[in-house]
Design a protein around this ligand. Structure first.
Ligand SMILES: [Fe+2]
Ligand SMILES: [Fe+2]
Length: 201
């Protein structure tokens, strides 16, 4: 087995800027870069001590997004990860941390958690999870088409729960429109963000 070298955050960023585009389409790569930049700037606005780490999480978050179902399933079985109840659209969030660890020896608990929870949300989100969750939404194709985007970014810089709420809201609306099921973590994320926004107003 190949020996993996430990790299600094800056070295990992340089590494993944070359590596990630090999695994995704150009449109997806553009989304990834937007998310990385937004994650970094949200981290700065909310005084997270290591904004470059948020950038790095953004850079890696969708690396397995366009992989075939078998690739995800192979990783789940290799690492004995139980994904019962996780819809296929969220497989990439669960497989990406395993893919990063297996192929590049890249392993960081905070980044792994943020990536794993960026699609469905989670029941006990830490601040770093929330940064990526909100950045993924503000950097989405859906948001790029909206005239309100600038304002939404500003509002999320002021209060992270704004972006979190909007992502959960949009996910739920979209799934309901298609009469699809909604994961309980997404409902929880919606309610929690809604409550937090209310309390702060
Ligand atoms: Fe994603
Ligand atoms: Fe994404």
């Amino acid at each position: 087995m190949e020996e993996f070298k430990i790299k600094s955050i800056e070295e990992w960023i340089q590494f993944f800027k070359v590596e990630v585009p090999k695994h995704v389409t150009e449109t997806r790569w553009e989304h990834i870069l937007r998310v990385a930049n937004l994650a970094e700037s949200l981290a700065v606005s909310h005084s997270y001590p290591n904004p470059k780490k948020a950038y790095l999480a953004g850079l890696c978050h969708d690396i397995t997004k366009q992989k075939k179902k078998e690739i995800h399933e192979e990783l789940f079985s290799e690492y004995s990860l139980d994904v019962t109840g996780v819809p296929f659209q969220a497989y990439h969030a669960y497989s990406a941390p395993l893919f990063l660890k297996k192929n590049f020896g890249f392993y960081d608990l905070e980044i792994q958690s943020a990536i794993q929870n960026h699609t469905l949300g989670n029941l006990k989100p830490v601040f770093f999870d929330q940064i990526l969750y909100a950045a993924d939404f503000l950097g989405s194709d859906y948001c790029q088409r909206l005239s309100e985007l600038k304002e939404w970014i500003q509002k999320t810089k002021e209060n992270l729960y704004f972006g979190i709420f909007m992502k959960a809201f949009q996910t739920i609306s979209f799934l309901m429109e298609k009469k699809e099921s909604i994961h309980p973590h997404t409902f929880y994320t919606y309610n929690n963000a809604q409550q937090s926004l209310k309390e702060m107003n």
